[in-house]
Design a protein around this ligand. Sequence first.
Ligand SMILES: Cc1cc2nc3c(=O)[nH]c(=O)nc-3n(C[C@H](O)[C@H](O)[C@H](O)COP(=O)(O)OP(=O)(O)OC[C@H]3O[C@@H](n4cnc5c(N)ncnc54)[C@H](O)[C@@H]3O)c2cc1C
Length: 552
Amino acid sequence: MLERIYDFIIIGAGSAGCVLANRLSADSCCSVLVIEAGGMDGQLMMSMPLACGKVFYDPALNWPIASDPEPRADNRIIKLAAGRVIGGGSSINGMMYTRGHPRDYDRWVQLGCTSWSYEDVLPYFRKAESNWRRESGTHGHSGPLTTSPPLKDRLFDVFAETGRKLGYGVTDDFERDGPEGFGLPDTTTHAGRRASTSQRYLRPALKRANLTLVCRAQTNRILLEDKHAVGVEYVKNGIVQQARARREVLLSAGAFNSPKLLMLSGIGPADHLHEMGIACAHDLPGVGRNLQDHYGFSVVYRTRGRMDFDGQMRLDRLTGSVLQWKLTGRGPISGLPLTAIAFLRTREEIPSPDIELLFTPASLDAQAWFPGWRPANGQKMAISVSLMRPASSGRVMLRAADPSAPPRIILNYLAEPEDRVTLLRAVHLIRTIMRTEPAASLVERELSPGVGACDDESVAAHIRATVRSMQHASGTCAMGNGQNSVLDPDLRVRGIAGLRVADASVMPVVIAGHTNAPTIMIAEKAADLILGRSFHGAAVGRSAALGAHHLT
Ligand SMILES: Cc1cc2nc3c(=O)[nH]c(=O)nc-3n(C[C@H](O)[C@H](O)[C@H](O)COP(=O)(O)OP(=O)(O)OC[C@H]3O[C@@H](n4cnc5c(N)ncnc54)[C@H](O)[C@@H]3O)c2cc1C
């Protein structure tokens, strides 16, 4: 068996893993190995913002995962996505840049995550970012992650005006003004193309002699000696190999695969490991629990006239737009298929928004068309609601002790009555918006749930039949000091030395926004924690720098 030794081994080159690879290898004295199960990210479609929906579920770029049948969603299996490619989720996602509400991070502090308040994490959001605006207290201007202004279509003003009439604010910067009211998010793009962490963090660092990337290699388990992580076992080209870590193993395999790998390594709930026939190295009941995800559904309208978006989707025009985008990085292809978003409260008395609405200028199944080839489908628009503060949470478990078996994913959507009530209120709110001018003038009729669904029971039935994931899975290796916490606030796995987790799984509560930028922030902060640096780069002590033997 081949075996090599590195200072740090990073499992997963996703949103977080690529950040770690860049920041840790910036110190030429550290050798870093990154192991990624997916391949490189060269496909044209991936870099086109307008085509982002085409890569969301592409099996060539995704893990073959799905939920178990969901009892409160008509026993449906819910489709899930998780990038299996360098850049991970950031290579297949919707490119919307949001940070969540400052209160979310203050809540993390209440749950024992000291030094994760919004004030604490803001410097890391800024460090990551190269925002298109001027540098400010809110935005960074020299980080790797470029953000661009959203492309606004004609309908943005319609929804902004409708929002104002209903008493909501309209902003051109959710991060400066706070995520509430109507607006459009910045996009994580660079020169009209997707700005994944692979493109912006990993690739520029690959020229460093101290950074090694192994692609199409699946980690099977973390190697432990006396509750100390000393390396990993992975399979590349059918050959089982091992690599040793002098300093730390860093797990960045995402909210589904990070808990799976801990459990395959014998770290997790003892009873479940026993059931799976895995020797328990360390009983950590919280591993895989606390699975939180934003979930929701769409209300679809038939519009009075054809949508402008439909015109853009005519094959000849689309071809022209692709050429324009290839040559200049501009034009419709460089923008998202999104008219507006809104963060709203479904009840006055709550302190911050509990839903997000996404207004899309087409139905979710919009496709290219041409007379005589495929008919246009241009008189539809969809308003999707996403539950920002889900009370229901699920669990990731092993299906088998075989590393190639996908994990069992129990989402528990709609389990908590609070979520069901919030989603019903969201439908009422959407209907109010769409009955208010000028938005009302767009509408011919509601197609789904439909004009016939006027009572709460029929709307609830529609919700059960159509509820879907917004793909923000988090929380399965939560930091904090609760009974089910897996990590301490420095992201170290409780009870195991030399092992940290840094990805979306560490969030104790999912933030009320899209999760890519927060995951990148987590990895930026993790790099400083690992290297024993405070934000300004000062060393904070040898024990921290060495990942400390932290046995609890
Ligand atoms: C379809 C979709 C749309 C989204 N849209 C948005 C959006 O518009 N805005 C936003 O902010 N967020 C969005 N998100 C969410 C966001 O992209 C994720 O929260 C984020 O990418 C999570 O990052 P991560 O580092 O935790 O995991 P990932 O980015 O998933 O990285 C994990 C990496 O580890 C690798 N890996 C896993 N297991 C192993 C193993 N055993 N061995 C080796 N490698 C392994 C994976 O292949 C992957 O590359 C979206 C997500 C999806 C899926």
